[in-house]
Ligand binder design. Structure first.
Ligand code: ATP
Ligand code: MG
Length: 391
């Protein structure tokens, strides 16, 4: 007889289960995100029995691809391809018996859970009963500590599920539950990681990139586009605003002493990003800034940069070591794009010794020589808007 194919995926979430009254909203968002993520993979029905999400597959669902998609959906703690039977203990025994035909193992344990507490057998009674069946069939012995095979059994109201492995989801909160933010994405290593971490905390992200055009090529923009496309697998739709910053930098250079320039560039980036944030109804601005990584990233300078905005600037990488950031970038798949050579606009007109603590009064004095709102408007007039989607 043919080996049965998994006809269910059981999805477990942990953190969101704790969120009290918000829980229904979290689950609605997670299932909504699943609908988007599973597009094109065949007909999948989504059910939400107590404490879990269930995907009911039909024969056309493409498994490895489905697993790949699930592994990118925030809010999923783990997921398991599973086999269904009626809740009748004999039916469960028959299913386990059939599934074990192809499995070789010397030790095992049964891990039964009841989602339906009205079920006539307790979890313990089920463990014992199924354990006996498996022992008789296979002669394997029970090992509760380190079994070669764990046979998970979940009793739901309408059916029982059997599965053998739990695959890791990315954890976090479903994208969309925490609101919308604007992320400054440079094409470097840090900002894509910062964006990822905010999506993992439930934010949707709109991206802004500043390129050096017309004084440099748009190579950095191509990297930003690639990074945004990659990150879109977690939020399904993204918008990227590309801003030409070269001319603004040139005008800053004309009237601002070299040590202050980097902080001034950042303040203008933030002002332009804040205008875009208002259009997008975003609640915060995200950067990949980190304490002490480069001269411009001191507490003093970060404070002066914040002073240019009303919205909070969030810096999720603030306490990370560079090694940790690189490791995360590799794990989330952005590193290889980030290290491609480009012409970052910030290297244009960059002074050799930027101030590590530019006093706000000096900065404001330097900005008095500039038409601040005019420059912001000039930047906004160059904006190109790009849309990305996944799958
Ligand atoms: P990254 O690796 O993200 O470029 P970094 O360590 O190189 O960060 P900086 O170049 O000083 O640091 O930039 C600090 C932050 O400012 C970036 O993480 C990013 O959020 C923002 N930023 C810098 N340059 C740009 C740009 N060209 N477009 C958009 N955002 C930028
Ligand atoms: Mg950079």
């Amino acid at each position: 007889m043919n080996q049965p194919q998994p006809d269910r995926i059981v999805i477990h979430y942990h953190e969101i289960a704790l969120k009290g009254d918000n829980r229904p909203m979290f689950i609605r968002r997670l299932t909504g995100n699943l609908v988007k993520a599973l597009q094109g993979l065949g007909k999948v029905r989504i059910l939400t029995p107590r404490g879990r999400i269930l995907l009911c597959l039909n024969g056309e669902t493409q498994w490895p691809l489905l697993g790949e998609r699930l592994s990118g959906i925030f809010g999923i703690a783990n997921f398991s391809p599973a086999y269904s039977a009626s809740t009748d203990p004999e039916a469960i025994e028959a299913l386990v018996d059939r599934l074990l035909d192809e499995k070789k193992f010397k030790t095992f344990r049964i891990s039964a859970r009841r989602g339906d507490k009205a079920y006539p057998l307790t979890s313990m009674e089920l463990n014992v009963r199924l354990g006996r069946t498996v022992q008789e069939k296979t002669k394997a012995s029970v090992d509760l500590e380190q079994p070669e095979l764990t046979i998970h059994v979940e009793i739901l109201q309408r059916e029982a599920l059997v599965y053998f492995e739990k695959l890791d989801g990315p954890g976090g909160l479903p994208v969309g539950v925490s609101g919308h933010v604007i992320s400054l994405i440079s094409g470097g290593i840090d900002s894509p990681v910062a964006s990822y971490l905010m999506m993992k905390r439930g934010c949707t992200i709109g991206f802004v990139h500043f390129h050096g055009h017309p004084h440099l090529t748009k190579a950095s923009l191509e990297k930003a586009e690639e990074l945004v496309q990659h990150l879109t697998r977690h939020q399904f739709e993204s918008r990227l605003y590309a801003v030409a910053f070269g001319e603004i930098q040139r005008l800053i250079v004309l009237s601002v002493p070299p040590p202050l320039r980097v902080v001034l560039y950042r303040r203008f980036m933030i002002r332009i990003a804040e205008e875009i944030a208002h259009r997008e109804r975003a609640k915060a601005i995200i950067t990949g800034e980190n304490l002490g990584q480069v001269a411009s990233q001191t507490l003093e300078n970060l404070t002066v940069i914040q002073e240019a905005a009303r919205l909070p600037i969030l810096r999720p990488l603030i306490g990370f070591d560079k090694d940790e950031i690189i490791e995360t970038a590799k794990a989330i798949g952005t590193y290889s794009t980030s290290i491609l050579p480009d012409q970052d606009c910030c290297r244009l007109f960059i002074p050799p010794h930027p101030s590590v603590a530019a006093p706000l009064s000096d900065i404001e004095k330097a900005e008095r020589n500039l038409d601040i709102s005019g420059l912001v408007k000039m930047g906004l007039e160059t904006v190109e808007r790009m849309e990305f989607s996944f799958p």
